[in-house]
Design a protein around this ligand. Sequence first.
Ligand SMILES: [Zn+2]
Length: 931
Amino acid sequence: MTLGAGDSGLGGTPRAPGKRRPVNVVPHTHWDREWYSPFRTFQLRLVDLVDKLLELMETDASYARFLFDGQMAAVDDYLEVRPENEGRLRRLGASGRIAFGPWYVLMDEFLVSGETIVRNLQLGMERAAAFGGAMEVGYLPDMFGHVAQMPQILRAAGFCDAVVWRGVPTAVDKTAFSWAAPDGSVVRAEYLLGGYSTGASVGDDAKAFVRRLEAYEDENGQFLLGPDGPILFPNGTDHQEPQPWLGRVVAEANAMQDRFEIAISSLPEALAGAPRAGLPEWKGELRSGARANVLMGVASNRTDVKQAAALAERTLERLAEPLAAVFLAPERYPSSALSIAWRELVRNSAHDSICACSHDEVDRAVLHRYAEATRIGEGVAERALKALASSLSAPCHVAVNPLARPRSGMVELIIGGEGPVEGAQVLDERVGLAADLVLTATEVRGVLAQIGEQDQMGDGAYVAGVDVEEDDAGIDIAVRVLPERSPDVRIAEIRTDLLARLALRPDARVKVHLDQASSRRVLVRVEDVPGFGWKAWSTGPLRDPVSAAEEADGRIVLANSLVKVVLSPEDGTFAVNGLPGFNRLIDSGDFGDTYNYSPPEHDLVVDTPFAVSLSLAEVGPVRAVAIAERTYRWPERIDEGRRARTGEREVVVRSRVELRAGEQLVRVATSLDNTCRDHRLRAFFPLAEPAAHSSAECAFDVVERGLVAEGGPSEKPLATYPSRRFVRAGGLSVFHDGLCEYELVDLAETASREADSGDGTRAHGLALTLLRATGMLSRLTMVNRPLPAGPVEPLEGPQMQGPRTLRYALSLGPGDDYALADDAFCDLPVVSSLGGGARALEASLLSVRGAELSALRRVAGGSLELRVFNPTPATARVELRSGSEHAPGAGEPGAPLRGQLVDLRGRHVASFEGSFELGPHGIATARLVGR
Ligand SMILES: [Zn+2]
């Protein structure tokens, strides 16, 4: 919720004589489950509210309808405390008096993945099914703007209606519009002019209520759909309890006038009678601040939360689910564990949670949920990788590809031996050692208790064999340790045998001879690992090595055949293929809050380090790394009274610039110990050519945006936009790990608020926000936003104090941004096999071509389900084939696969054999038969 300026100065509309204007009063509450108070605090308030609601609805038929905020999480939160009331809620749902769902939470749409949005909807509808079914309206009351593909997502779930508030542009001048997704899917969007609280707190006074409706009509008449067009009057606001007199007041109001026909309605009832033809049309995302603020600064607030979100989503979507789907037998697919992880992700996607415009305690809970989901994802992935390793036919190290596209990449291994390895970069060597120890039997038992039945004695140290000899003098144990696991080491048997011998001779002297072979930690590159497959690494020449050198003038050069990076000792920036000025860091004041960036009245911008030192950390041939260490003097904080930056801190910022063999990506990790407050730190990159627009990844598509944004009286129009994993402009692609905010800027202007470069139509650079440190949940008066957007409350967490590492990657020139985004942050997992299985050392188990993959998983019943989308303007053909492996029951390698396309409820849409067509910007969900 936010406080914002309403519309004013709009004329009234002449009324048709004798005809009453329908007014649909929709009682509801907007339930932010965690926000300025922690979850449990709000949960207890929710219990009070729903207790009263049940009592009211069961005893007063005139309180006819209630909208449960479009989300099932609040229902589960209530039932966690009041499980005995589930039947009462179900009865009210089944009779149509309470509308449940369709969402599980009211998410933010820009800061989470498309997949999280879909899982949220599916989880909500699944839960709502137990309460009489979900409300068939895409209710989106408070989200801070809306993604372009939302109409397509809603249509794929069978909905024809959306309800929105924030983000609607001035081009929409009615209380409803026809909203199209990039693929052409259209929903009717009811526009909550003035918000979801316009009818909040109706007092026990019918006359006052009628006056309020008259004022609303007079003020907003020109937005209404004709002189008799209906008014939607949402009777509720944040955490508002029901007003028990509402039914009576509505009846009295109807009796005392003939201007309005007032009814207490459900949202579907209100929309059923609403005009659908001749509405204004809008295609694409809704991000205008014209009539309500979109709070665009949430994208860069608490980047730690966004980093945790990116990691968790990546771990589930691009690692755990596809690996488990492909490499675990259907009956071993860990559905329950993955459901737990997804529920955590979905809960965190709630707008106040992922946006982190919340109490510090809430942010800690959000981070904990992301960590739990990530741990589940990692554990699932590990089990799937072990299953693959045990099925391979010979000892090997294999790189595994959990995604559809064939990929090459760097992996780290520990291998036996000494000295250089062809095609590999040796990171460090462990020289072999031979040690003789004399221990007592008790000491040996202690060691065995510690080791347990593990054959692993450390990183790259596995027991390969144990020989035991006994004579009158004592027991001699010889232990051989190798860097790789050996087959047929019966640790349990060896252990039992040793413990028996020690028990018989408790006073024996035990000689232990430890023989550990030499080993090396190496980086290698594995080329062309098939999609949903694996490939063993073998020594051989490196195709496109990377080199690194320090030149006489102090510059450091990293280069492979695709990219040359030159770091400047002057300012620590670097040039890419001759284009200088990458990674300039600009620090400025931020007198905003968790919702909006806002400069102090007297800003001080620092873009020049006073000390720079460059060093080479790794020189190739697989990975070259240079370190740019820059020391800045940044103001310490903003003085509230003077509204100016004050004090000074020396801050060392360390950027690790990395180039890998065979890759066009320049990877950067920028680290600092943030001891300054009230500031914004951005990294600047030059564009290869001036740009008039950017293309940013958002849910299931790439959206194009210009250089300006639309603002309004309640929010200045900053063109700081969100991107999910990448943004492209002027020949530059920037990939990031949870750094969701970018802005196209003119590099000449360090303050960089404007993107114009003289003629105002082209930008020359892109700024990526690394962190925004602020100290208020919401602030009273700001340059960029005149009114508060939430409680005016100081917070410590958003100051982002302490060590921070921000990761991003750059690519100049042409390239597939989706492929590069995966390369940048989804390393190929690697696993070592002992052999003993039947599988070849390279194969794929499934082939998906022609579209981007959003998900591959198993659904109830065990079938493989995949979701793909086509981010291009051309029709695509999605081909589904079995992989390259000959396996019993799997059919011929490369055979076309059969299946059906389903909607987001799992309902049949069409059958396919081998392939199906996917229109421009389309999303499709396919289930495979017999896989
Ligand atoms: Zn809200």
